[in-house]
Design a protein around this ligand. Structure first.
Ligand SMILES: [Zn+2]
Length: 361
C-alpha cells in the first residue's frame, strides 16, 4: 500500500516542485525537563516529526527533493521522502509541533519533553494528570450529524464528551475538547487542536445513523488504508459532509506528499492505537456494553491521521438502531459508557508506559 501511494506521489508531485526546499539550520535548546528544536526551511513544505529510539533523535520528514547543508544529517527515506535526523542527548517525547511561516522562511518548532526517568516514574506520572486526552465530539455547527426525532448526533456527542471529560479528570487525566460548543470545526482542524494541546490520545465520538439498518453496538475504528466495506464507506462520506458544507477543501494538494511521510511516523503510533482499542473493548465488555459484531475496524477517517497521536474513532452505537438510540439518550447507560472509556484509557496508559520503557531499552 505504501508503495502504491509512493508511486502516486511521483505522478502528482514532479520532483522539481519541492526541489527548492532547503533546510537552512537546526537549533536545539534544552531547558531542564523541556526543550525546543527548531528547523528553519527556505519555504513552507509538508512535514512530519517523530521520535526515534536508541540513540534518541528526532526524525523530521520532508518532501522528496528537499536539500540541506552537508553538516546536517539529511537522508533519503525508503519512499523517496527526505528524513532529517536531529540527535538528542536523552530520550524524549514530542509535546507539540507546529510550522510557523514568515515572508522568507518557514520554521518547524518542536517542543520536546525529556523523559530519562525509569519506567516506574513514567507509571507514576500516569495518574497525576501528565496524560492528555483529546475528546472530539463529532459534527457541530452547520453539520448536525445524524438526526432522529428531536435528537441530533452533534449535541448528543458534545454532552457525552463533557461527561467523559468529567470522569477522566476525576481519574487524574488532563482533558481537552476539540469543540466546546455547537461550533463547526473542520476535520483537519480537530486534529490540529489535539496536536496543539499536546494530546497523548485522540478519541473521536460519534453515533451515526446508517442506511440499510443492521448496524448496532459500539464500534471502534483505527486508521487503515484498506478498501472500506459498505458501512465504513457510508461513514467516511457522512464524516466528510460537514467539511464539504463549510467549503473546506478536501484532499488539498500536499496531502498526498504528507501522507507518504506520515506513514513513517505511524509505524510507532499504529500499534499503540490498536493496543488502546483492545483495552477499550475489554473495558466495554466488562461493563456489559453491547458491541458491534465486528467491534474493531479500520478506516481512513481524517481525524485518525495525526501521525504521532494514537487516535481512534468510537461509534458509541448507531442512532439508526432503536436500542442504541435509547442507550445513547439514557443518562445511566451514558455514565456506564463514560466510566468504561476512562477505565480503558487508564489500563492502556499503564500498558503503554511499560511498552515505552521496553522500547527505550
Ligand atoms: Zn458521526
Amino acid at each position: 500500500m505504501i508503495r502504491r501511494t509512493a508511486l502516486l506521489l511521483v505522478i502528482l508531485w514532479p520532483h522539481a516542485i519541492w526541489a527548492d526546499v532547503i533546510v537552512r539550520r537546526v537549533d536545539t535548546t534544552l531547558d531542564g525537563p523541556d526543550g525546543t528544536v527548531t528547523v528553519t526551511l527556505s519555504e513552507p513544505a509538508p512535514w512530519t516529526v517523530r521520535m526515534l529510539g536508541a540513540p534518541p533523535a528526532l526524525a523530521v520528514g520532508l518532501p522528496p527533493g528537499a536539500a540541506a547543508d552537508a553538516a546536517l544529517d539529511l537522508r533519503t527515506g525508503p519512499d523517496g521522502s527526505m528524513v532529517l535526523r536531529v540527535p538528542l542527548p536523552v530520550a524524549a517525547t514530542v509535546a507539540s509541533a507546529e510550522m510557523r511561516t514568515g515572508t522568507d522562511a518557514a520554521v518547524i518548532a518542536i517542543d520536546i519533553r525529556m523523559n530519562p526517568q525509569p519506567v516506574e516514574d513514567v507509571l507514576g506520572d500516569a495518574g497525576t494528570g501528565a496524560v492528555t486526552i483529546a475528546l472530539d465530539p463529532g459534527h457541530g455547527g452547520v453539520d448536525p450529524g445524524a438526526l432522529r426525532g428531536t435528537a441530533n448526533e452533534a449535541d448528543l456527542m458534545l454532552s457525552f464528551a463533557r461527561e467523559v471529560a468529567e470522569v477522566l479528570r476525576r481519574a487524574g487525566f488532563r482533558v481537552v475538547l476539540t469543540r466546546e460548543d455547537d461550533a463547526f470545526v473542520s476535520l483537519p482542524g480537530r486534529v490540529s487542536a489535539a496536536r496543539a494541546a499536546g494530546a497523548d490520545v485522540l478519541l473521536s465520538l460519534h453515533a451515526d445513523a446508517v442506511a440499510g439498518g443492521g448496524a448496532s453496538g459500539a464500534t471502534i475504528y483505527a486508521l487503515s488504508t484498506d478498501d472500506p466495506d459498505a458501512l465504513t464507506a457510508e461513514l467516511l462520506t457522512r464524516h466528510g459532509q460537514g467539511d464539504r458544507l463549510a467549503g473546506v477543501e478536501l484532499d488539498a494538494p500536499g496531502d498526498e506528499v504528507a501522507g507518504v511521510l506520515m506513514d513513517l511516523a505511524r509505524q510507532d503510533t499504529g500499534p499503540r492505537a490498536e493496543a488502546l482499542a483492545d483495552d477499550l473493548l475489554d473495558a466495554f465488555r466488562d461493563a456489559g456494553i453491547d458491541l458491534h459484531k465486528r467491534p474493531l475496524q479500520g478506516a481512513a477517517f481524517t481525524v485518525l491521521k495525526a501521525p504521532e497521536i494514537p487516535s481512534l474513532l468510537l461509534e458509541l452505537g448507531f442512532m439508526s438502531d432503536p436500542r442504541d438510540l435509547r442507550n445513547i439518550q439514557d443518562p445511566v447507560w451514558r455514565a456506564i459508557m463514560a466510566q468504561a472509556i476512562a477505565d480503558g484509557i487508564a489500563a492502556w496508559t499503564l500498558d503503554d508506559a511499560v511498552a515505552a520503557g521496553r522500547r527505550m531499552r
